[in-house]
Design a protein around this ligand. Structure first.
Ligand SMILES: [Zn+2]
Length: 358
């Protein structure tokens, strides 16, 4: 029959499935996809099941944090399925209006009113609650709905490009409790999401990590957007992991903002660079500021550290009044002492408080 078709080639062209397969390289550059796979690698998510929703018909809530809009979740899953990172199987049938596509259809004229979503059309009529169309059993569109499952083989196939995997493994090996993505509540009470939050054993402190994957040097906008969150959420330490590298300008900015940077051109050895910045959770050094330590500090820092020791808990303002040095200078010294592991920094409303670690 196809042979007799006047325009066989055009016909085939039209019916051929649209290639949605992205090159795995591009695919894996997508931070959202890395984070989503991270949920699986973390053992938090294996199957993504649809849930009924009065407005959308059904939705994939587990995938929604990784897309901009809940309606994009299914397309996101389909794309991962096309790229063999997920497998799928039908798990139900849903009825929708054949005129407008709405899932808000209700059975009418039956003995009992009941929702239509069991898919077992019973010979009755159905009314679309959106466009008002009256639908008969044979005009009611029934669509299969799928559940998705991560494919171990598919994910192994791209593992050399998965930045999230060595990151999570590294942090877990070092004894951190991980949330990915992780949310920290800022002083402003705004929630900030980081790609990974790594907690100490008793959740006393947290390290925030973001990562960027790019095919070239990464610009300062990534540093700025991380700093905006860090400034409010105030984690103990903030780390930006970059594949392959930051631009010089971005590096300077990260330094200014006190964001640690881990760059890597090779994911196989990223742990070498991570090791320099992230100690094992138990060795995260909080040094005691005893007399010997104080004496070992350079003069300018010793002056600041002595005042903190005296006060117990204080602000840069208070210290600058005592030392008669500019507030910004004291703030710089205080933050340096925090990075050295001698002081703890916390935010209480608008105040940034520094204290000795006990
Ligand atoms: Zn309709």
């Amino acid at each position: 029959m196809v042979n007799n078709h006047p325009d066989t080639e055009g016909y085939l062209r039209l019916t051929r499935r649209k290639p949605t397969k992205r090159k795995s390289q591009d695919l894996i550059m997508d931070r959202h996809i890395q984070l989503f796979i991270g949920k699986f690698l973390n053992g938090e998510l294996e199957t993504i099941n649809p849930v009924l929703d009065s407005k959308l018909g059904y939705r994939y809530q587990d995938a929604e944090p990784f897309v901009d809009d809940p309606t994009e979740a299914e397309a996101f899953l389909l794309m991962l399925h096309e790229n063999s990172l997920l497998t799928s199987e039908p798990c139900g049938i849903i009825a929708c209006c054949s005129k407008c596509g709405s899932y808000s259809v209700d059975e009418v004229l039956g003995e009992k009113r009941k929702p239509s979503r069991n898919g077992s059309a019973s010979g009755n009529s159905w009314r679309c609650l959106r466009c008002g169309e009256l639908l008969q059993e044979d005009t009611l569109t029934l669509r299969p709905v799928f559940s998705y499952r991560f494919s171990r083989e598919g994910i192994d196939g791209v593992s050399d490009q998965l930045l999230v995997r060595p990151l999570l493994e590294f942090l877990r090996d070092r004894g951190y409790r991980i949330e990915s993505p992780g949310t920290l509540v800022g002083a402003s009470e705004v929630d900030h999401t980081f790609d990974i939050t790594a907690y100490s054993k008793k959740d006393e402190w947290v390290v925030a990590l973001d990562f960027v994957i790019s095919d070239g040097p990464v610009g300062e906008e990534n540093v700025i957007s991380m700093f905006a969150k860090v400034f409010d959420a105030n984690p103990l330490r903030s780390i930006l992991v970059v594949f392959p590298e930051l631009t010089e300008k971005a590096k300077k900015l990260a330094d200014q903002y006190e964001i640690d940077v881990v760059e890597t051109h090779n994911l196989d050895i990223i742990w070498k660079n991570l090791r320099r910045v992230i100690p094992p959770v138990d060795e995260f050094s909080f040094e005691t500021l005893d007399v010997m330590t104080l004496l070992s500090l350079p003069d300018h820092l010793r002056k600041t550290a002595s005042v903190v020791c005296e006060k117990g808990r204080t602000t840069a303002d208070e210290i600058s009044q005592i030392t008669k040095r500019a507030r910004a200078v004291e703030s710089g010294y205080l933050n340096q002492l925090v990075r050295m592991g001698y002081l703890k920094k916390e935010r209480k409303g608008r105040l940034v408080l520094f204290s000795v670690i006990s």
